[in-house]
Design a protein around this ligand. Structure first.
Ligand SMILES: Nc1ncnc2c1ncn2[C@@H]1O[C@H](COP(=O)(O)OP(=O)(O)OP(=O)(O)O)[C@@H](O)[C@H]1O
Ligand code: SF4
Ligand SMILES: [Mg+2]
Length: 407
């Protein structure tokens, strides 16, 4: 017991076993209630169908809050995030590791790790064309149709998404058979059995293979017949990522989520993959949510940029606005930390300090302890969002005319 007390004195984040048990009991109670809601059957459509605020958007995140209820406390991974993804545009999401980029996109797919991860507040409106879903309220069963048919996802490491024991052709064929129903003349040509396996007639199979080859050609795989018969480990990282892209566009998705799609690749391959994504986006008129640490990738690909810090958006705007006049001290720091040809490669700028503990976020500006520009007003509550132009927003007291600037 006295050991416990000493640990507590030296480490403010220390939890005794008793405290941890109490937190865990409390959080299990909360997640049980969310799960009860998630597992409801026959939810009427009016509970999860909604309207877009602007029909020119494919997604509208509106005050999204996604938390993880863990045994050591509640992690507010996404904490009041609002931004739009316009139709046919690319929105880049940038921010350092752990700031909530992936959890934002997983919330949209309803793939946040349950039961501890839950959307606790806010709306994600997804425009599927014929109807608009409020994803937070959409039953999991309905999500199976949305994923793959309307939204697809490309991950950082394709090896973890491709099944190592099946040939590339078999894997792409399966996705096409499940999602490209337009290629079949009748429903007899393809059938999904109760165990989830796809069964096809000979005609069905040859139509699927033809579409698979077209897709592999489209993503720049030269020898598609050979690749069709190869296993994932026989391909290079760049080739595997091309296969993943082929799978993700097979259903003409309205939205492609690319989570660090090129981080594992070398620079020349990275450029090729990004070019393919850009080309396909224009061909399919899809939108892209592009998640990356790399501002260079954002500059080359995105129309809009969202900068996240510790679960919140600190700045958002068009790519020109954020790159030409970065306004939040964190964004300015990110820009300065970018390697450039003119800079001395041995003296890269890094933002001093670290992100606050996610289970115990302060009630003031999360960036304050690292901010060189902090002044009196920053000792107040978390800054609200300030509009700098019709499309440019920043959450920082420096732009709040009412805030006192006496240092
Ligand atoms: N399954 C989980 N259980 C508990 N906490 C989680 C879980 N998944 C994510 N988190 C927490 O949520 C926060 C946001 O994580 P997220 O994966 O969205 O970060 P990210 O911005 O994508 O980072 P990276 O750039 O490293 O991929 C982090 O603090 C992370 O520790
Ligand atoms: S609100 Fe203050 S502490 Fe926070 S980023 Fe702006 S200047 Fe820095
Ligand atoms: Mg991530």
């Amino acid at each position: 017991m006295s050991g416990d007390k000493n640990m507590k004195k030296t480490n403010p984040n220390y939890l005794s076993a008793r405290e941890s048990r109490a937190i865990s009991r409390r959080n299990r109670k909360i997640t049980r209630e969310f799960e009860r809601q998630n597992k409801r059957k026959n939810v009427p459509k009016r509970e999860y169908l909604t309207e877009m605020k602007d029909n020119n958007n494919v997604v509208e995140f509106d005050n999204l809050n996604t938390y993880f209820f863990t045994d050591v406390g509640t992690v507010k991974a996404v904490n009041g995030v609002s931004f739009d993804v316009p139709l046919g545009k690319t929105v880049g999401i940038v921010g350092e590791s752990g700031c909530g980029k992936s959890v934002t996109s997983l919330s949209l797919m309803k793939l946040v790790q349950r039961p501890q991860g839950q959307i606790v507040e806010g709306e994600i409106r997804f425009n599927a064309g014929d109807q608009v879903y409020n994803i937070a309220k959409t039953p999991i069963k309905e999500m199976y149709n949305i994923r793959g048919n309307n939204i697809s996802m490309i991950f950082q490491e394709p090896m973890t998404s491709l099944n190592p024991v099946f040939k590339i052709g078999t894997q792409v064929d399966e996705v096409i058979a499940l999602h490209s129903l337009d290629i079949f003349d009748s429903s007899d040509e393809v059938k999904k059995s109760s165990d989830g396996k796809v069964k096809m007639t000979k005609e069905g199979k040859s139509k699927v293979k033809k579409r698979t080859m077209e897709m592999l050609d489209l993503v720049g795989i030269a020898d598609s017949e050979k690749v069709y018969n190869m296993y994932p480990h026989e391909l290079s990282g760049g080739m595997r990522q091309r296969v993943m892209i082929a799978m993700s566009i097979a259903c003409n998705p309205r939205l492609i989520i690319a989570d660090e799609p090129t981080t594992a690749l070398d620079v020349t391959i990275q450029a090729q993959i990004l070019d393919i994504l850009k080309e396909l986006k224009d061909k399919l008129n899809s939108s892209i949510m592009l998640i990356t640490h790399d501002l260079g990738v954002i500059a080359g690909m995105a129309d809009y940029v969202v900068v996240m810090y510790a679960g919140r958006i600190v700045e958002k705007g068009t790519v020109e606005e954020v790159f030409k006049s970065p306004s939040h001290p964190y964004t300015i720091g990110l820009m300065a930390a970018r390697p450039g040809v003119k800079k001395d490669a041995n003296r890269l700028y890094s933002i001093p300090g670290k992100v606050p503990n996610p289970v115990d976020m302060p009630d003031y500006c999360y960036f304050r302890d690292r901010c060189e520009k902090r002044f009196d007003a920053c000792y107040g509550e978390y800054p609200g969002e300030i509009q700098l132009s019709p499309t440019h927003f920043v959450s920082c007291y420096l732009y709040d005319e009412g805030a006192s600037k006496n240092e």
